[in-house]
Design a protein around this ligand. Structure first.
Ligand code: NDP
Ligand code: OXD
Length: 306
């Protein structure tokens, strides 16, 4: 039996060596340079090319190298085997650190002062009053972020698919309660998975439900947002700013209007990069479990797509 690493456009030498060291009895190979496709029972993947997984006839399990599995389902013929993803306290903390910094950036008006610097304008102004934060998606990352902002004294609401009861967080769920979740929020943070249900969820109708003058942060997936609707909401003043870490197409095309928009702050999908140690640890454990006939840890629900 062997493991295939299907992670295009990345130097996988170190990852391959470390996995090989941890699993000396198993051949670890980098797709597409797999010697015997029939031998591959386990694939570690990130944005696997369409057709790559279905080219492995004896595949038993898929381990995603990140937290979000949406790219796996771009291939409509993904073999119907269990799929596990990364769930990691270190990843949660990385995301919390990023969000904490971005919320501070807006609270202290660094966005405005950065523009003033371009114009050599000296115009002090006291911090924005950002008291209410809404987190769309109360999963691993969303719950960690929500708890963090509660600990800082923010009033926090959250929105999920199923009902939740979390201490000091006003929890809403289902499409009918989205409006209530965002109604009072000065900052709305998107931490939803990209699925058939969430694609283009944040469109003109959804932004209309946001509080006037609110700030939007997307650290989930670009395709959850209707790009044109976001630009319209910023241009109309409905939203005062947006911070975007993720995009429908990455890298963001050079001619995309987001680049030049004065109210948009862009980071290149770095809010929570997978920790390599955690990924190796979880891959080894899941490979061994799969070999022993045990269910892998951190499985996703294929029927929900996350
Ligand atoms: P989880 O699967 O743990 O949580 C997802 C949350 O979204 C759950 O609360 C779920 O509800 C909710 N949700 C799903 N579908 C809907 C829906 N239709 N309506 C309302 N709520 C819904 O995911 P994580 O917290 O681990 O990660 C979230 C996303 O963050 C990932 O899918 C990935 O795309 C992105 N990400 C981005 C990174 C970056 O660097 N920018 C790094 C890591 C992840 P319920 O609880 O009811 O199931
Ligand atoms: C992830 C990501 O989903 O890095 O893990 O975006």
């Amino acid at each position: 039996m062997s493991i295939a690493l299907i992670i295009p456009d990345r130097d996988l030498t170190d990852l391959q060596q470390r996995l090989q060291q941890a699993l000396p009895q198993t051949k670890v190979e980098i797709w597409p340079n797999v010697t015997e496709v029939e031998q591959v029972s386990f694939a570690l993947v990130w944005k696997p090319p369409v057709g790559s997984l279905s080219s492995l006839p004896n595949l038993n399990a898929i381990q995603c190298f990140g937290a979000g599995v949406d790219a796996i389902f771009l291939d409509k013929a993904v073999p119907s085997v269990p799929i596990a993803r990364i769930i990691d306290d270190r990843l949660n903390q990385t995301m919390v650190n990023y969000l904490d910094a971005i919320v501070s950036h807006y609270r202290l008006r660094f966005d405005r002062f950065s523009q003033q610097q371009q114009q050599q304008v000296w115009k002090p102004k006291s911090p924005r009053k950002l008291a209410n934060i809404c987190i769309l998606g109360l999963g691993e990352l969303g719950t960690a972020a929500a708890k963090h902002f509660v600990s800082l004294g923010y009033k926090v609401s959250g929105w999920s698919r199923r009902a939740k009861n979390l201490s000091q967080i006003s929890c809403y769920h289902g499409d009918a309660e989205l409006a209530m979740a965002v109604a009072e929020a000065d900052v709305v943070i998107c931490l939803l998975p990209l699925t058939a249900q969430t694609e283009n969820l944040l469109d003109a109708q959804a932004f209309a439900k946001f509080k006037n003058d609110s700030i939007f942060i997307n650290v989930a997936r670009g395709a959850i947002v209707d790009d044109q609707a976001l630009i319209a909401a910023l241009n109309s003043g409905k939203l005062q700013a947006a911070c975007l870490d993720v995009f429908r197409q990455e890298p963001l095309p050079t001619d995309h209007p987001f680049w030049q928009h004065p109210a948009i702050f862009i980071t290149p999908h770095i809010s929570a990069v997978t920790n390599i140690e955690s990924a190796i640890e979880q891959t080894v454990i899941n490979y061994q479990r799969q070999q022993q006939g045990l269910a892998m840890l951190n499985l996703i629900d294929r029927t929900q797509g996350y």
